[in-house]
Design a protein around this ligand. Sequence first.
Ligand SMILES: Nc1ncnc2c1ncn2[C@@H]1O[C@H](COP(=O)(O)OP(=O)(O)O)[C@@H](O)[C@H]1O
Ligand SMILES: [Mg+2]
Length: 344
Amino acid sequence: MTSPFLEVKNLTVSFPTEDGLVRASNDISFTVARGETLAVVGESGSGKSVTSLAVMGLHNRRSAQISGEAILHLESGDVDTISAPEDVVRKLRGKSMAMIFQDPMSALHPYYTVGDQISEAWGLYNEGSKKDGIKRAIEMLELVGIPEAAKRVNEFPHQFSGGMRQRVMIGMALVNNPSLLIADEPTTALDVTVQSQILQLLRDMQKEFNMAVILITHDLGVVAEVADRVCVMYAGKIVEQAQIDDIYYVPDHPYTIGLLNSIPRVDQLDGRRLLAIPGQPPSLISLPTGCAFRARCSLSHLVPNNLCATKVPDLDEKLTGHFSRCHLTEAQLSKARTAPGDAL
Ligand SMILES: Nc1ncnc2c1ncn2[C@@H]1O[C@H](COP(=O)(O)OP(=O)(O)O)[C@@H](O)[C@H]1O
Ligand SMILES: [Mg+2]
C-alpha cells in the first residue's frame, strides 16, 4: 500500500456546553494516501464535519477540546495540524489541504465575481498580475466543466445553478493543486443526475492532481463508484472501516448492514423492501454504556451475557484490512447479511 499522506490518530473533539460535554468525535483514527478516496459515511450528527474541521484546523480553540493527531506527511516534513501553531496551519490551507462544503453559497462571496474569488485564492500562493489570476480562473472553470468559461468568469455566484456553483467551488478549492481535498457532503443539495456528475468530476480531478480525497456523505449509496475505502461513523466513533467492496458485499457491523438495506441497489432488484433503521442515535452528552448502537440493533440479543450493554466493542480487524466494532461473531453476522429483511 502507498504510504499515507494524512494520518489521523486518536482524534477526539468535544464541546463543553451548558448541558454537558458533547463528545462529537471520539478516538478517530484513519489514513488516506495520495490518489486514494476515503469515504466517511454516517447519519447526520455522527461527527463527520467536526472530524474534518479538526483536521483543517478550523475549530475555535476556545470552544472545542481537541486531542489526538492529524499528521500531514509533506515533502518539507511532517506537520500535525492539531498541535501546530495556528499560523503554520493557516499556510497549509488551500495548498496542502483544501475543503469544499455542502453549501457553496456559504463559501463563495456574493458580491465578488467568481473570477475575482478564484484569482484571489490563486494569488495566495502565486506571484502574478490580476490578469494572470483571471486567466488561471478561466482555466479552472474550463477544467471543472463550466461552458463559456471566459464569459462566466465575470459573473457572480447567484448567476450559477446549484450544480454549476458546486463546480465553481471545486475549481476554487483546486486552484492551488492541493495534496488533500476534503469534500463535505458536496452533492447533498443537488439532484441525482447532477450528483453523479459532480462525483465523477471529483474522481477525474483526483486522478489529474493525484490528490488524497476524503469524501464525506450521509448516503452510502453515492460512494460505490468513487471511493476506495470507507469509514462508517456512528455517534462520534468509527464502527466499521474497510475496502469499498467489503463494505458492500460483506458488511460487518449491524449499522452498516442497516445503511445498506436502506438504499436501493441494482444488484438486489428482487423485491426486497427498503428498510430504514428504526430509532435515533444516542445523545452525545450522555452516551450509553456498552455499544452506542445497541438500542437500535436487532441482533444484540444474540450476544451472550448482556455484553453489548456493558462493554464498548473494540474496533477489531476481523479480516485483513476490515475493521468492525461489534461483539457479534462472523456466523451470526453472515446470517444477518444473507437475510437482511428477516434479521434486522
Ligand atoms: N460548536 C459546537 N458546539 C456543540 N456541539 C457541536 C458543535 N459543533 C458540532 N456539534 C455537535 O457535534 C455533533 C456532530 O456534528 P457534525 O460533525 O456536524 O455531524 P455530521 O456527521 O452531520 O457532520 C452534533 O451533535 C453537533 O450538534
Ligand atoms: Mg456535516
